[in-house]
Each structure stands twice: as structure tokens, then as C-alpha cells.
Design a protein around this ligand. Sequence first.
Ligand code: SF4
Length: 355
Amino acid sequence: MDITLPRRSTRRIYIGNVPIGDGAPVSVQSMCNTDTRDSRATLEQIGRLAAAGCEIIRVAVPDAKAVEALTEIVNHSPIPVIADIHFDYKLAIGALRSGVHGLRLNPGNIGGSQNVREVVAIARERQVPIRIGVNAGSLEKSLLEKYQGVTAEALVESALGHIRLLENENYPWMKISLKASSVPLMVKAYQSLSAQVDYPLHIGVTEAGTVRSGVIKSSVGIGALLAMGIGDTLRVSLTGDPVPEVATGWEILKSLGLRKRGPEMISCPTCGRCQINLTAVAEAVEKALETETRPIKVAVMGCVVNGPGEAREADVGVAGGRDSGLLFRKGEVIKKVSQEEMVEALLEEIRNLPA
Ligand code: SF4
């Protein structure tokens, strides 16, 4: 039986055509690590990310040349584009004029209220949301002194300060992030902020590390928040090619039952009862299903003693025996196949599942 997790109630914004907040599906974002000025390389990477399931993409906009490249990127990107701006309000204005669907910008860092007003005027006219992105690595000096270092309270106070600047301009479309590389710190900060404001929250663990440690830290931090109903859109941040960020984001959402996309693999850890090369079978099945988009559950289990029962919720599965396997559907055995036939027989059953 599916268990539905609570979702905190938030306001709705749209990044392009992607809804965020107010019960919208938690969306998966990523960020390009190409040079934005190289629009070709950036679009190529956006294409790969979109194919992997990325729904919103962010690009760094460090200078005027990057702003110039934005028009082409926005016009050819298959998914909405967010411009990531630091300090320079003119870059923000240029990015908005290029047609970006979202801005990431901290209004307290762009040189005063007149600059905020100018950015907000164009963002309002174009109905472009702004993400306030507070980061533990770049907190205001005054807050570091007040709290004697980076604390959850300091992160929240920083966010509330930036929020106030936009609220002073009656600007309604914002989302907030409070990222830190420490999981307990980011969890505590998001919990605190979510109790104080109802803007949608963009969640993530920043500088989470390479794939091995980053996947775990992100899954624990993002997963803990989502399990409490906190978080409206997410980004897993990993060092290296961003495509695995997207797959990890989807796996987090799938594992919590918040989204469905492609197959969910169930395979046992094996034990002394297993008499087949289960790893090879599971890997072959997983590889064959790389382009499968139906939200199906597929089980690859080590033995017939417990396998079909342990994987009862799977749409289809195989359980190994002595040189053979049993194919099963929803826990019911349907036929016996030889070890050599096992993978193909399972794939055939999967092809026959209803669309
Ligand atoms: Fe062991 Fe069988 Fe369970 Fe796999 S399915 S862990 S082989 S008992």
C-alpha cells in the first residue's frame, strides 16, 4: 500500500511552465558547469540533463558576455532557464531582458534599494520568480559576528532579511534556499524557516562532494526534509558531470513515493540461499531498462524461497533457483526459466506490461 507523506502548504510560483509549491510535484533541478558564454556547450549539456529528467536548469551569469549568450540558450533550451547572478544588478536586468524564466539573486547583495527596485520592476513585468539563495559559505559578516559563526539561526536571519527587501517592493514570486554542506545545519535551518514563511523552498545540500559521498549526504539531507513535508523543488549538487545529480534527485523522490519516473528496481542483497550470479542479472536488467519511462517496479531476487514474497509489490520479477529462475507477477509465480533465459524472459514480461 502506498503511504502519502505530508506536504507543507506553500505559495505557488512558476518557473516557465514548471509549477513550484502549493502541492505541485517536487521538481528536479540542476546547474550547468559549462562556460555560459559557450552557448553551444551549455545547450548540449542542458539537452543531456533534460533527457535524464532535469526539469529546470540554472546557469551562472558572471559577466556581460554570459548575458549575451543567454538569449540563444533560453531560446533553444528544452527546459526553463534560471540565471544565477551575484552582486551585479545590471547582469540581472540583462538576464531578464534575455528572457530567462527565473533569477537566483540575493537582493541584499546588489548595491542598495534603488537597484533592487529596478530589478524587481522588470521581474514583475515579466513575471519572473526570484530565488533567494542563502549559502553558509557566504553569510553576511554581521551575522557571523552576531551568531559567532554559521548557525541555522544566522542562515534564517539572512534569508528573512533578503525576503523583507522583496516584500518591501510587494514582490510576490520568490522561493528560498538555505544551503550548507552540513546536513544537520541545513535540516535545522530549513525546518526553522518553513515554520516562519510560506514561500516555496528550494532544497539541497551544497558542496556535497563527489558522487559517492555527495549522493549519500544529499539523499539524507533532502530526504529528511521531504519526509517532513518540507521542500518544493530540489537540486542535488555533486562534483563533476551534473547528469548524475538529476538521476539522484529522481531516486530520492521515487524512494519517498513523491514522484514516479521510469523503473524502480528491487533487488535483494543475496545471502547463502542465492545460487545464481544475481549481480550480473540485476545489472543486465537495469542497463536494458535505461530508457524505460513507465513507472514500473521490477524485482531481481536471489532465491525462490523468499524472493517472490519479499518483492510482492513488484509488477514483475525473477527469483533465482538452482540453474534456473521463476518469473513472477505481483508475487505470483507465472513460469520457470533457465538461467540463460532469465534476463530475456524478464524483459519480455516487462515489454508486455500495460503502458
Ligand atoms: Fe537471501 Fe533469497 Fe532473500 Fe535474496 S531473496 S536475500 S537470496 S532469502
